[in-house]
Design a protein around this ligand. Sequence first.
Ligand SMILES: C[S@@+](CC[C@H](N)C(=O)[O-])C[C@H]1O[C@@H](n2cnc3c(N)ncnc32)[C@H](O)[C@@H]1O
Length: 231
Amino acid sequence: MKIPLSTRLLACCSFVDPGDIVADIGCDHGYLGIHLLKSSIAKSIIAADVNEQPLQSAMRNAIKFGVKNKMTFYLSNGVGSIPRDFTCMVCAGMGADTMISILDAAPWLKDGRYRLILQCQSRRPELRKYLYDSGYRILRETLAQDGKFIYPVMEVIYAPAEPLPPGGYHITPALLESGSPLLPDFYQRVKSGIETTVTGLRRSGSEKLPEFEAILKELNEMEPMIYAHRQ
Ligand SMILES: C[S@@+](CC[C@H](N)C(=O)[O-])C[C@H]1O[C@@H](n2cnc3c(N)ncnc32)[C@H](O)[C@@H]1O
């Protein structure tokens, strides 16, 4: 029986280390944890969801795939009601506001022993800035494509660092180093979004224009690094 796991969630799994105890926050169907157990990567899974229905579906799937003995299930808003003895937290398929509220409510995650794997669906630069402002830093970042969408996936730890330059919250140094074959395509999409914003701000005479022009300049300066891996 094949586990219906998206490329996006497989990319999240690629940052999980062998033997990790994984907290899958917003587990929904539970397939990420089930895959990590079936592939003998994770030691055990804490599956959590704020809604009862997805949690029930994760439980049913865990039984179906024969891994329920290595999974525990929690009805929990973020990490509020789960045990803290995990090594790695995955939070995937949520927007930046939800992720920020989950992290804000759990300052105990600011501890180098936890690795956070974050796959954010919206306002990613804002999430990355929040992370750096809060003392987290991005260790690794990769890209995954499902259909026409390209999703960044980040591995994050608490280790206060210098803030990134503004453009770095759009295309991070970690992503530049990833060597992902999807990087040129993703870069063009990000740059084109900023170009559209700059055009709009120019038209409206917004005071935000210099900020976005600076981001665009930084992105243009990154271009040689984006294509370096292709040669
Ligand atoms: C779009 S689904 C993503 C499921 C899966 N992680 C994935 O990436 O495919 C979002 C899930 O997160 C859950 N969720 C939303 N906010 C949450 C929160 N604050 N704490 C825990 N779970 C949450 C929802 O109930 C839903 O099951």
